[in-house]
Design a binder for this molecule. Structure first.
Ligand code: GP9
Ligand code: MN
Length: 672
């Protein structure tokens, strides 16, 4: 071993660097200029040009792809490098242009749309084409100049005589691999996970550099295309059988009750039922939502069915009554399929369909995705004045205020509408505390004492309880979001928009808070400012099932002029919302997986990871274990396997519809 190392050191010492450098001038020029362009792009877009990680990743990829230059004869190498150089420059120019327009980076899967979205006239008017986007062109120009000088000096013939091609090729390839290996050692799990999802493109370019980002994007885009080449016939057959066997949804007392009404759906970021059920010192965390659930129809056993696409998965599941894919997000990889959605069904009844969200349009690819979901118009960040910020961007209060003005105009101009308002402020990490307003999550107690003048005085003492915990901060943030919803309702009413309108509110998914915070919430001992001992008789055990059930989110339908005061506690998933609402609005799905909950006494909620829930059982598919939720319930022999089959059938039908675009292809066949 030692002698090997000595040998290597000797080799490194004796290596003729001068000769190496003088016979690699063109290749070095290519490497350095490509690196500079990668940095320049980050400088002009995300402003992190000197970060070491993307530089390492850029260098590794340039060396890997560049190493093949040694397989060509020296006089042909320029051709290879100039092609690479044009390709790399094009990546930079396109991404720079794309960033100016979308505040995000380009993706192969979005090329067709990008071309149709940015029409040239529009681009010129909005000053999209800017000089800075073309600065990158210096690279191939420099390469051409260097090449013509070298040619004059008979450089290529000299190189041909002196070098060992094979050695240089393997040496460069290995250097590239080693640098990549070093780079990947520093990659965190969050970075890996985002690389596999590929939607947070700004983040990826910041960490992985533009070249690695684009290569990964190419593989991801091809993967989605190739995946669909195999297995189509079988999938289509199962799809047909499934929907032939499916029963027509029955009418019930809720059929058509809201026919022709406007709908304002509030996609309430990260709001869980636990917030509605919690109070501190007699103050409810969510007074507005509690009032709405008491007056309206409240589905209290309702669950999000989101996977890695979080918010966007819920947007998808709610609209289509399908389940999301488990690898990546539908909004990114499969937005270009045809889906049957509540919004499309309502459009056939003359509705104008609108979505509103104050984040950039590229976030979760909503700019394209919302079009596929059947929204006529998507108001995004560029349509709002960012006059007050909380967390990820525009505050919910300002967002709602500005949205009401837009809705009023929409209603006046286009008539009845279905609008989805996607909230933003109540997003993890819930640390914008000074902006949420006062809401204490401590325990206050009044103590009466007698002072020296023999008078009774009341003193208030406070125990910290949930202050300075993430869950405590979450409650403060939810309290803000709840008060924003309150202001929205007032504003809508002031503008006459509540009279012929129903409000639909759903929590989009849980807030992913830690078990230990819940242990504190339910087991706090104020005397010790710590949690109760596990052996204590009052100790509430927070186990896997408790945690999963606690992820439930509110779903409320409310109308100003009707008092329902109805609590539906049948187990319900996000995919049941569409069919339930559709029945009330007088439309019908054909290709749904969920059910109109008003027709059922029990139901099966299938989660993307294979878990499922009924009124009486929660099944954990990873462990193949379950918990009976109601002690009196007697499970029947094959209930678990029957429900497992039900779950896997729905997961596979949903996956196939998405992957193979079955709704479109089967419809096309019928029309022929
Ligand atoms: C972003 C917002 C949050 O625009 O909808 O997305 P999430 O992180 O919840 O998926
Ligand atoms: Mn969300």
């Amino acid at each position: 071993m030692k002698s090997k190392i000595n040998n290597l050191i000797k080799k490194i010492k004796e290596f003729n660097y001068k000769e190496y450098a003088s016979t690699n001038i063109l290749f070095f020029t290519f490497i350095i200029t490509s690196l500079i362009n990668g940095m320049l792009l980050r400088f002009l877009t995300v402003h992190n040009y000197f970060a070491i990680k993307p530089i390492l990743a850029d260098l590794a990829l340039i060396l890997l792809i560049g190493s093949f230059v040694y397989l060509f004869k020296p006089r042909n190498r320029f051709k290879y490098l100039i092609i690479l150089s044009i390709l790399f420059t094009a990546i930079c120019v396109i991404n720079s242009l794309y960033y100016t327009y979308y505040m995000s980076f380009a993706s192969f899967s979005l090329i067709a749309v990008s071309l149709t979205v940015v029409d040239v006239g529009d681009a010129v008017i909005k000053n999209v084409l800017q000089i800075k986007d073309f600065l990158f062109l210096w690279q191939p120009i420099v390469l051409i100049i260097v090449h013509s000088r070298l040619k004059k000096k008979d450089y290529y013939n000299k190189v041909a005589k002196s070098e060992n091609k094979k050695k240089r090729f393997t040496g460069t390839l290995i250097s590239g691999l080693v640098i990549y290996a070093l780079f990947f050692l520093t990659v965190t799990s969050v970075e890996y996970s985002r690389l596999s999802k590929q939607w947070n493109r700004e983040f990826l370019v910041t960490r992985f550099g533009v070249y690695t980002y684009q290569l990964n994007d190419l593989f991801k885009s091809l993967d989605a295309k190739f995946n669909t080449l195999f297995g189509y016939d079988n999938a289509a057959k199962e799809f047909r059988e499934f929907y032939n066997d499916k029963e027509e949804s029955k009418e019930n007392e809720y059929t058509n009750i809201f026919e022709g009404k406007n709908v304002i759906a509030i996609h309430a970021e990260s709001i869980q039922n636990v917030a509605l059920n919690t109070s501190f010192n007699g103050e409810e965390v969510t007074p507005t939502l509690n009032k709405l659930r008491n007056e309206g129809i409240y589905f209290s056993n309702y669950y999000a069915q989101a996977s890695s696409g979080t918010s966007s998965d819920t947007e998808f599941t709610f609209a289509t009554s399908l389940l999301p894919v488990t690898n990546g997000a539908v909004s990114i990889s499969y937005w270009d399929r045809e889906y049957e959605t509540l919004y499309k069904l309502l459009k056939e009844k003359g509705y104008r369909t609108i979505s509103m969200h104050a984040n950039t349009g590229s976030f979760w690819n909503r700019i394209n995705f919302h079009n596929s979901l059947g929204y006529d118009k998507f108001y995004s960040k560029k349509d709002y004045e960012i006059d007050e910020e909380i967390g990820l961007g525009l505050s919910d209060k300002s967002f709602f205020k500005q949205s009401v003005a837009k809705l009023k105009q929409e209603y006046d101009e286009n008539g009845k509408f279905y609008a989805t308002l996607i909230m933003l402020s109540n997003h993890t990490p819930f640390d914008d505390l000074d902006k949420y307003g006062e809401f204490d999550v401590d325990i206050k107690e009044e103590i009466k004492t007698i002072n020296e003048n023999n008078e009774e005085v009341t003193e208030i003492i406070s125990y910290p309880y949930m202050e300075e915990t993430k869950l405590g901060n979450y409650f403060k943030s939810v309290h803000y979001a709840d008060s924003a919803i309150g202001e929205l309702i007032t504003e809508l009413d002031n503008n006459g928009l509540l009279d012929n309108t129903i409000l639909v509110i759903y929590g989009d998914h849980d807030a992913k808070l830690s078990k230990s915070d819940y242990i504190r919430l339910y087991n706090y001992d104020k005397e010790t400012d710590d949690v109760l001992d596990k052996d204590d008789e009052n100790y509430v055990n927070i186990d896997y099932y408790w945690y999963e059930l606690n992820r439930s989110v509110p779903f409320i339908i409310w109308s100003k002029n009707e008092q329902f005061s109805k609590n539906i506690n049948t187990a319900m998933g996000m995919y049941d919302a569409g069919p339930t609402l559709a029945n009330m609005l007088g439309v019908k799905y054909k290709y749904n997986l969920g059910n109109d909950i008003m027709n059922l006494n029990d139901n099966i909620v299938v989660f993307p990871n294979g878990n499922w829930l009924t009124n009486n059982i929660y099944y954990n598919s990873q462990k193949d274990q379950y918990k009976i939720l109601n002690t009196e319930y007697i499970i029947d022999n094959d209930e678990i396997s029957r429900n497992n089959e039900y779950a896997s059938k729905r997961l596979s039908i949903s996956n196939d519809i998405i992957k193979y675009d079955l709704i479109k292809t089967e419809k096309d066949k019928l029309e022929k």
